[in-house]
Design a protein around this ligand. Structure first.
Ligand code: HEM
Ligand SMILES: [Cu+2]
Length: 536
């Protein structure tokens, strides 16, 4: 049958896709010149998986050193490089690209579009990432080593550091370009390429959260680019933005950085909200409670995130009125966040719940992310933060948000949509084992850090006083357990993706799932929607 005939007749989701119809480009074209949204999404996801393991290895380097007081493995300056590159790799290499990968695969499937709006730019967005990652990795081998000022790159250290800092600045520029192009693609796709009948208020929650996130990215990535460019000119071109000796001010850097940095943490959590808002209704067999309020809450969080940056700077010596403003503005974010948590719980309320792996990770997300939110609320209180600033309490707080928050939701999304991507069901027993081991080891790693912080252990140090020993030992055991557990995840994914083991998946493997993506066969055909669906 010719393409024209096929299109004229239309074809329903049930009929088989013969090779001629579903033809894919040859290997090199397919993977190195990719324009297909699902292929690019897969590249993003595998890239981020690889970076997760690399960043994880660096974290284990940190936890190995902190196993005991005293210096065991690393020189202090190398320890600082480990924390810095671990964080940069996790934030820019693992979490953000994983969400972009999910967006690439799922947004066209969910809105009934054939592909992303700018398919070739999409290829460029992806292929900027590996060279940027390479810059971060090779910076370890430069004289002076990799950047060591923490992921915040604060001056004066960042202006005085060796050439590794220049490579880091370059990497940040490239990653920012990639993010902005990816965001433009997502915004244009969602606004212009929805299937007939899909009004904005029928948009799946995952698309809504990504649309809002994309605007955040476009707003703040240039701010980060500006901050690191000013660092670069201070370092090499005789300016003194941040150099007190030349009339500059290091605190200016903190303002510019955190005007980017705080929204950045919402960039890593809003898409997570979207993923769990898809999964919880599916496994509760109910519609998402309060869809409209979820949309408005997400938008409110995004807007408020621009007004709270100085809660990272309570200790720089700001006027008490400014402290009060930033304290209350920060606390205000708990209102829309509370709306979201309430709605997830209300969705589960009296639902017919079942606890397959995606649901376990989604519930793990809601409970532990909420816990991380509460410790954030504690830090929002200026008077308390002055005591807890730069202690392990902060490290505990942000890992509850980033690991049991962002990372758990990504894992939940991978399990939820894996049957749609591969056409096979993953091993449910192994999936559940993965969930329980991850949850247990995660809490063993990061829960004791609250106590360490409250007792005064500073962050970013390779050595500590004797009284912190036992909790550090527990945290290190947990970290190695968590790392090993993720190898199980790798195995589960490899099994269905490459070894093609597992039951064939139905078009809609989860009976409570809703959305256009489930009307396509599993695996989804190479060209997503030859005939646009109509949404009633
Ligand atoms: C998966 C997502 C993760 C993200 C996004 C993430 C992010 C971060 C960030 C932003 C920092 C701050 C570094 C700095 O202050 O300069 C950091 C530090 C750290 N992370 Fe992670 N991390 C992740 C996973 C892990 C895991 C699984 C472990 C377990 C071993 C871990 C252990 C640490 C440690 C020990 C520090 C050092 C804290 C310090 O003293 O500054 N991280 N991470
Ligand atoms: Cu913040």
């Amino acid at each position: 049958m010719s393409h024209a005939q096929d299109a004229a007749l239309g074809h329903d989701a049930g009929h088989g896709h013969d090779d001629h119809h579903d033809h894919k480009p040859a290997f090199f074209q397919r993977w190195f010149m990719a324009t297909n949204h699902k292929d690019i999404g897969a590249l993003y996801l595998w890239f981020s998986f690889f970076m997760l393991f690399f960043g994880g290895l660096l974290a284990l380097g940190i936890r190995a050193e902190l196993w005991q007081p005293g210096l065991q493995f690393w020189k202090p300056e190398f320890f600082n490089q480990l924390t810095t590159v671990h964080a940069l790799v996790m934030v820019f290499g693992a979490i953000m690209p994983a969400f972009v990968g999910l967006a690439n695969i799922m947004i066209p499937l969910q809105i009934g579009a054939q592909d992303m709006a700018f398919a070739r730019m999409n290829n460029w967005s992806f292929w900027l990432m590996p060279p940027a990652a390479l810059l971060l990795v090779i910076s370890f081998f430069m004289p002076g080593g990799a950047a060591a000022g923490g992921w915040t790159l604060y001056p004066p250290l960042a202006t005085q550091f060796g050439i590794g800092m220049d490579l880091t600045i370059f990497a940040v520029h490239i990653l920012g370009m990639s993010s902005i192009m990816g965001s433009i693609n997502i915004i244009v796709t969602i606004l212009n390429m929805r299937a007939p009948g899909m009004t904005m208020m029928k948009l799946p929650m995952f698309c809504w959260t990504w649309l809002i996130t994309a605007y955040l990215l476009i707003a703040v990535m240039p701010v980060l680019a500006g901050a690191v460019t000013m660092l670069l000119t201070d370092r090499h071109f005789g300016t003194s933005f941040f150099n007190a000796a030349g009339g500059g001010d290091p605190v200016l850097f903190q303002h510019v950085f955190w005007f980017f940095g705080h929204p950045e943490v919402y960039i890593m959590i809003l898409p997570a909200f979207g993923v769990v808002s898809e999964i919880i209704p599916a496994f509760s067999r109910k519609k998402l409670f309060g869809y409209g309020s979820m949309v408005y809450a997400t938008a409110s969080i995004a807007i408020l995130s621009f007004m709270v940056w100085a809660h990272h700077m309570f200790t720089v010596g700001m006027p008490v009125t400014a402290q009060l403003f930033f304290m209350f503005a920060t606390m205000l974010i708990s209102v829309p966040t509370g709306v979201k948590v309430f709605n997830w719980v209300a969705t589960m309320w009296r639902g017919s719940l079942s606890f397959e792996t995606p649901m376990l990770f989604a519930i793990g997300f809601v409970s532990q992310f909420t816990f991380g939110g509460f410790s954030g609320l504690v830090l929002a209180m200026a008077a308390v933060d002055i005591n807890l600033h730069d202690t392990y309490y902060v490290v505990a707080h942000f890992h509850y948000v980033l690991v049991s928050g962002a990372l758990f939701s990504i894992i939940a999304g991978v399990y939820y949509w894996l049957p749609k991507w591969t056409g096979r069901m993953y091993d449910e027993k192994l999936g559940k084992t993965h969930f329980w081991l991850s949850t247990i080891f995660f809490n063993i790693t990061f829960f004791p850090m609250h106590f360490l912080g409250l007792a005064g252990m500073p962050r970013r140090i390779p050595d500590y006083a004797l009284q912190f020993s036992s909790f550090n030992e527990i945290a290190s055991i947990g970290a190695f357990g968590f790392g090993l557990t993720q190898l199980l995840f790798l195995w589960i994914v490899v099994k269905v993706t490459f070894l093609k083991k597992g039951e064939p998946a139905a078009a809609k493997p989860w009976d409570g799932a809703e959305g256009l993506e489930w009307t396509l066969p599993s695996p989804a055909p190479y060209h997503s929607w030859d005939v646009p669906p109509t949404v009633k």
